[in-house]
Design a protein around this ligand. Structure first.
Ligand code: GLU
Length: 317
C-alpha cells in the first residue's frame, strides 16, 4: 500500500510522541559507568531526518550525550567500507548472540568468530587499518561523515569507563586466547572505549541513520559516504541484534531496525524513508532506553509503518 504524508504531519506526530512520553517514569541510568549515572534523567529528545535533508525534532535534540554502543554501527560501517562485506562476514559474522551485550558466555559458545560487530566482543575486535593513531582518525572521520559534523570525546566519560571496564578487558583477552582478535587486545579495547565515549546529539544520530536509510548518501551534506550496496548489510546487522537479547520483541512491536546505547541513545533505520533517533538516559534491564523505545514505537505504530509490511510512504515537503 502506498500513502502520502506531509512533513508537517510528521512534525505533528513527533511533537505528539514527545508529549505522550515525556513525563513517563521507568528505567534507570546506566550505573556501571559512574559518569552515566550522573546525567539528568529527564533529558529527552526525538529527531527524524528525511532523505531531503529536512530534520524534524522535539525536545533535547542538541544535548551531547555518550554515544556508547550506537558507535558499533559506525565502526561496522567503517570496516565494511575498508574490507568489504564478505571479509566482515568471514572474520566477524552477522549472527545474533541472543545474549546480553557484554556476554562472556557468547564468546565461549561461538566456535569460530565473535558473531556480530554489534556486541562488545565483535566491536572490540572490529578495527580499521593502520596503527593506533590511523585507526582513531579513521573512526572519527567516518563518524563525522555519517553524522554530518564532528563528534568530540567526552573526556570524563572516557576516564570513567576506562577505570571500570573490567568485563570488557576480559572479553578482549578471551578473544586473544581463542585467536579471534586481529590486533593488540589492549589497543583494541582502548579504541573501543574511546569510540563509546564520543559525544553525540540526537540530531547527529538521526542524520547518520538517514545516511544508512538513504543508500549511503548523507541527506544533509549530500555526500556519498559509502557504497549503496552496503546499506542493506548494515541494516540487517542492526535488525538482527540492535536491542541485544530483546531484539525480537523490539522488531515485533516497533517494525524498525534500531540500535541502542547505554548512554540512552537509539538510532532507527527505515530504508528509503528516514533515519530516526531518540535519547533519554533511563534504561531497561537490557540496557535499552525506556523513553526512546516508547517514542520510536509510538511514531512507527501511528504511521502504520514496518520494515516487514508493504505500506510505503511518500513524504512531501
Ligand atoms: N561502552 C559500553 C560497554 O562496553 C557500551 C554498552 C552499550 O551501550 O550497550 O559496556
Amino acid at each position: 500500500m502506498k500513502k502520502t504524508i506531509t512533513s508537517n504531519d510528521l512534525k505533528n506526530l513527533v511533537n505528539e510522541a514527545h508529549a505522550q512520553v515525556k513525563d513517563l517514569k521507568g528505567g534507570k541510568n546506566a550505573n556501571y559507568i559512574p559518569f552515566l549515572d550522573k546525567i539528568d534523567s529527564n533529558l529527552f529528545g526525538i529527531s527524524v531526518c528525511l532523505p531531503s535533508g529536512e530534520v524534524i525534532e522535539a525536545g533535547d535534540t542538541n544535548y551531547v550525550f555518550g554515544i556508547e554502543s550506537v558507535s558499533k554501527v559506525y565502526t561496522a560501517i567503517l570496516v565494511l567500507r575498508q574490507y568489504g562485506a564478505q571479509a566482515v562476514l568471514d572474520k566477524i559474522g552477522a549472527d545474533a548472540t541472543g545474549l546480553p551485550f557484554n556476554s562472556i558466555m557468547a564468546i565461549l559458545l561461538e566456535n569460530d568468530h565473535p558473531s556480530t560487530p554489534l556486541v562488545n566482543a565483535g566491536a572490540i575486535m572490529v578495527k580499521p587499518v593502520g596503527n593506533s593513531e590511523a585507526k582513531w582518525k579513521a573512526i572519527t572521520d567516518n563518524m563525522r561523515e555519517l553524522s554530518g559534523s564532528d563528534l568530540k570525546l567526552l573526556d570524563e566519560l572516557y576516564k570513567s569507563e576506562s577505570e571500570t571496564n573490567f568485563n570488557n578487558r576480559s572479553i578482549a583477552w578471551l578473544l586473544k586466547n581463542y585467536n579471534r582478535i586481529y590486533d593488540d587486545p589492549d589497543m583494541s579495547l582502548d579504541l573501543y572505549t574511546r569510540q563509546c565515549s564520543l559525544g553525540i546529539t540526537a540530531e547527529q544520530l538521526s542524520i547518520a541513520a538517514a545516511t544508512i536509510a538513504n543508500d549511503g548518501v548523507n541527506p544533509v551534506t549530500k555526500k556519498l559516504i559509502f557504497d549503496a550496496s552496503l546499506s542493506p548489510k548494515i541494516t540487517s546487522l542492526v535488525a538482527t541484534v540492535g536491542f541485544y537479547e530483546r531484539t525480537g520483541d523490539w522488531l515485533f512491536t516497533s517494525g524498525i531496525p534500531a540500535k541502542t546505547g547505554v548512554g540512552g541513545g537509539v538510532m532507527g533505520i527505515m530504508p528509503g524513508h528516514f533515519g530516526i533517533s531518540a535519547f533519554a538516559p533511563p534504561l531497561d534491564s537490557s540496557g535499552n532506553s525506556v523513553k526512546a523505545q516508547l517514542a520510536i514505537k509510538y511514531i512507527m505504530n501511528k504511521l502504520g509503518l514496518s520494515i516487514f509490511g508493504s505500506t510505503r510512504f511518500t513524504i512531501t515537503g
